[in-house]
Ligand binder design. Structure first.
Ligand code: ADP
Length: 173
């Protein structure tokens, strides 16, 4: 498995699967979620609505992942996962790790060879970037996924440099 870093907008990545930091309603939101639905078009939302009507009547639980079409995005699938809201008093990192692990499990089921991840939970959900990057990289390293090309797509310069130092530090261990 190769882990790469890209600075930019995840909706522009040419990969088999793009991971969406969704919320449990699966009906869209701000941040990455908003960008994916805007750029990907109504087909994605239509599949999300169908998932709510069938398997996920109560919403997609935190830490789980489910795939839909990628609509007009230059990808084949969007894998929606729900990150935990950061808590300074409760350790929710197992749920954040589960988002990465479950997204890769779904990617393996689909036969995806390349997957782009955003920094899940580090936006509106408030997770500190450094810790979020650690959880992400450690979870991917422990995975037995068959996805060969994994990219973190980071929106800003600071997110990019934080991921770069965490990746360098953890691969030296
Ligand atoms: P969450 O609710 O899980 O925190 P957000 O979408 O608010 O999700 O933010 C997750 C991360 O994605 C943040 O670091 C944010 O800056 C970043 N982000 C927002 N839009 C994009 C985009 N189009 N491409 C890549 N990353 C993005």
């Amino acid at each position: 498995m190769r882990i790469g870093l890209v600075r930019g907008d995840i909706t522009e990545e040419r990969v088999d699967a793009v991971v969406n930091a969704a919320n449990s309603t699966l009906l869209g939101g701000g941040g990455v979620d908003g960008a994916i639905h805007r750029r990907g078009g109504p087909e994605i939302l239509a599949e999300c609505r169908a998932l709510r009507a069938s398997r996920y009547g109560g919403g997609l639980p935190t830490g789980q992942a489910v795939a839909t079409t990628a609509g007009r995005l230059p990808a084949r699938w969007v894998i929606h996962t729900v990150g935990p809201v950061y808590s300074p008093t409760e350790d929710r990192s197992a749920l954040l790790a589960s988002c990465y692990a479950e997204s890769l499990r779904v990617a393996d089921e689909l036969g995806a060879r390349s997957v782009a991840f955003p920094a899940i939970s580090t936006g509106v959900y408030g997770w500190p970037m450094d810790d979020g990057a650690r959880v992400a990289v450690m979870t991917l390293r422990e995975s037995s996924t068959t996805v060969g090309d994994i990219r973190f797509v980071l929106f800003g310069a600071e997110a990019y440099s934080t991921f770069a130092s965490v990746l360098a530090e953890l691969s030296l261990e």
